[in-house]
Design a protein around this ligand. Structure first.
Ligand code: ATP
Ligand code: FE
Ligand code: MG
Length: 339
């Protein structure tokens, strides 16, 4: 069965086609540039851009896959979490395609999609693994079994900002362009990561050992920049990035130890970060943990990952979603199928 995946939870319109764990092709449109002057995603602008981009992106993905709509046997769409107005566009489009084609429809969890993205590159997940989801809206450690049958267990979350949010806010503080993650990653390459010793949040003896917090780190950066107005932005970027990478990878490996698993999967937009990838690789190698991170283009939001989780559901014989479902903007990740 060829599964079409549709993603519109934020500012990316993504469409992908997956069959039996193989990515046939995909396409992506983004309204990122339209939000840049606001310093963050404006929901109404994102929704209108999805309406404009939806059909052309489906056509581009079909072309990339070398198939036609007649080949599609199931549709999966991000039902949540995400921006409500943006989600509704994808859900409505997915319902229209599924109805017109007479194929089943699955409303899936965006973060399960992020996790499934890795299977397109590295094949099925092992029986047990630890997942680190780091994105614009989430920072969580998860105990993952098979992604579709067994509920996903949250080991920890951030108590305040998500890691991606911290990258975006710190970039603004030091005058780097939106979106902040890629800007900081680039600037950090020209800076010294040992220039400033920023705090490693939640690493004290009385802190939750797997918990995350990033707002204090952001404040520490703000204070430092205030106190040293002529500080080199590249050094701040590199030192901040080092603090985030250090905390994320140390806690992820601690979770692997606690859970006694041998595989760590890092997914989500922040998994595109070059220093996080490097430090995770070093520390996993030292601990004998198998590290899986999808290639960068599958880390940030895309349609292929939604097709990937849809394909896992289809092959598992999951019951299609009720055709009356609506988007679910706020929800925790427990099951891959959300509605
Ligand atoms: P969520 O998936 O939680 O709903 P989202 O869809 O906005 O949120 P993603 O698209 O998965 O999140 O990731 C976007 C985030 O990833 C942004 O905060 C962005 O700054 C960050 N990001 C992207 N590339 C990098 C990078 N190279 N280094 C650090 N952060 C990055
Ligand atoms: Fe995302
Ligand atoms: Mg995004």
């Amino acid at each position: 069965t060829v599964v079409m995946g549709i993603e519109t939870s934020c500012d990316e319109t993504g469409v992908g086609f997956v069959q039996d764990g193989v990515l046939l092709g995909d396409a992506l449109a983004s309204s990122m540039a339209e939000h840049a002057r606001f310093g963050g995603v404006v929901p109404e602008i994102a929704a209108r851009a999805h309406v404009q981009a939806m059909v052309p992106t489906v056509q581009a993905a079909l072309l990339d896959a070398g198939i036609t709509l007649a080949d599609v046997g199931a549709v999966a769409v991000t039902a949540g979490p995400g921006l409500a107005t943006a989600l509704h566009v994808g859900v409505a489009a997915a319902k229209a395609y599924a109805l017109a084609l007479g194929v089943p429809l699955y409303g899936v969890h965006h973060l399960a999609g992020h996790a499934a993205a890795d299977t397109l590159e590295h094949g099925p997940l092992p029986a047990r693994s630890v997942g680190l989801i780091v994105s614009g809206g989430h920072t969580s450690l998860l105990s993952v079994r098979d992604l579709v049958r067994t509920p996903i267990v949250h080991l920890s979350d951030t108590v305040d900002d998500a890691a991606g949010e911290a990258f975006d806010k710190v970039a603004r503080l030091i005058g780097l362009p939106y979106p902040g993650g890629p800007s900081i990653d680039r600037a950090a390459k020209e800076g010294d990561r040992d220039a400033i010793r920023f705090p490693r949040p939640f690493t004290g003896p009385h802190d939750p050992p797997l918990g995350f917090s990033f707002s204090g780190l952001k404040t520490a950066v703000a204070r430092h920049v205030e106190a040293h107005p002529d500080v080199n932005a590249e050094d701040v970027a590199a030192s901040f990035q080092e603090a985030v990478a250090d905390v994320l990878t140390a806690k992820a490996l601690r979770a692997c130890r606690d859970e006694d698993v041998e595989t760590l999967v890092i997914v989500g937009g922040v998994a595109a970060n070059s220093r996080i990838r490097e430090l995770a690789a070093e520390r996993c190698a030292a601990a004998g943990v198998d590290l899986r991170i999808p290639p960068m283009r599958l880390c940030t939001d895309n349609g292929a990952m939604i097709a990937a989780i849809g394909d896992l559901l289809v092959r598992d014989g999951a019951t299609p979603s009720d055709p009356g479902f609506s988007a679910v903007p706020t929800v925790e990740l427990r099951q891959a199928q959300l509605v």
